[in-house]
Every structure is written in C-alpha cells, then in structure tokens.
Design a protein around this ligand. Structure first.
Ligand SMILES: [Zn+2]
Length: 98
C-alpha cells in the first residue's frame, strides 16, 4: 500500500511569504506586506528587484494580498502541496522576518 500525504492550504491560512536568495538568505514577510520585496539580498547583494511592478513576482504577491482581502466569493481557492516539510538550505542561513 502506498500512502501519499498532500496538504491543501487556503489563502487565509498563509501566515507569511518567504523569499529565499540563491545564497540561502531568507526574508519573510507578512502576506499583507509581501509586495515589499527588498531591493537586494542582505547577505550577498544580489539584486532582487528590477523595479518592474508588472513582473510576475509583484503580480503574484499583490494578487495574494488582494484575494485575501476580498470579501465573500462563490468559491474558495486552495493551494495543494506535497505535504513534505521545507528542506533546510545547506548553508543553514537563518531567516530575516520583516
Ligand atoms: Zn543572497
């Protein structure tokens, strides 16, 4: 028998949005403030934004905020994950919560 675990989360279940740089540094934002993406990585200096507010990243975080703030809708949106815990970055860099 194969047992598969999947996890469904509603948009209002999201507690934070995490951005992780290729170097392993992470920044975590409240979902309502997720569009405040740092200009660059605080650890390695890699630029994280181009200033293009129509980029898919900005559109996603704004849509997330707007959908969470929307009133009643005739349906719910849930995201399905594989239910596995998030892997740790090999460098073990800690989060920066803002
Ligand atoms: Zn970095």
């Amino acid at each position: 028998m194969t047992l598969e675990t999947r996890l469904l989360i509603g948009l209002k279940d999201i507690l934070s949005v995490q951005f992780e740089c290729r170097c392993g540094a992470r920044v975590t934002r409240d979902p309502e403030k997720a569009d405040r993406i740092p200009a660059q990585c605080g650890q390695c200096g890699t630029p994280w934004q181009t200033g293009d507010e129509e980029s898919p990243v900005y559109l996603f975080v704004r849509a997330l905020r707007n959908l969470r703030q929307a009133g009643e809708t005739p349906f719910s949106i849930r995201l399905e994950t594989n239910g596995e815990p998030l892997r740790q970055h090999p460098k073990g860099v800690s989060d920066v919560v803002a």
